[in-house]
Design a binder for this molecule. Sequence first.
Ligand SMILES: [Fe+2]
Length: 299
Amino acid sequence: MIFSAADLANVELWGEITSLLKKRGFLVIKNFLSSEKVKEIKEVMQHSNSSHDFLETILLRNNDEKEIIHKNLFKIIENEKNIKTIDEILQTLKHGAHLTRIDSYKSKKSKKPILEWHNDRAFSGDKIIHNRVQNKLFSYKLFIHITETQKNNGSFSYLPNSNRISTLIRKAFRDGIIKYTPFWKLVDFSDVLKRKEIVDFVDSCFPELKEEIKIFLRVSDNLIINPNSNKYSIPCKQGDAILFDERGLHQGGIPSKSERIILRLFYLNGAGKYKPEPITEYGRNQLNSPVGTFKSPIN
Ligand SMILES: [Fe+2]
């Protein structure tokens, strides 16, 4: 479903926006940021050495503490009405969500995807985890495109409805239906979904998801064989934004023709109410780290 920036101002559409996010996991907002603002951000970012691993962090908010890290970039967007409106819309959700982080990064022209198919809040595929698996600790992310993307050039992709299947997997771990096993990558995610314990769990507790899971597995089997298929890509013009539930499966495509610059905003579910639940000493040390600054040790 595609919305315009003007739609955001229409309070009557807010319910439709939040229900789409809950059901399908994502939506597109055209012309979210004006071309003037896009140009200003691009000018700063073109001189930056950032990448997906070395981001330009702009703002961090931990409860009431706000830390502005990149003053120049923050100044460009600080009064952006649409950014505030998304915050207001997401606060109407059951648990509420508000802005906790803004950053930006540049992906150079390449023959490889910016990031392969994955879902967030899945411990980056770590074999050993330091915090309990949980569903409520996640963000809605807003990717504002500072450069244009095309189907075969750096576009973001999202598998519709995968957010709810991802939630089901976390619930199965949490309820002890199966022991934690990596599920960050699409292939691992889909393997978990095929396990007998999960099939039985769906049969007895979530029969309404059976058909969706069947469709998902058909799609994921194809994507595993052909990961660069652009069937689910969402090409965007400069200034367009994609709002999505990070628990759904998504990928950053191959920036084959030009570099890609994204301005990224995190709206944390529960507005800081939900914290990591440590199960190791390392996890306990994570508790006081501002959102997004913590890196898991390599294992
Ligand atoms: Fe991601």
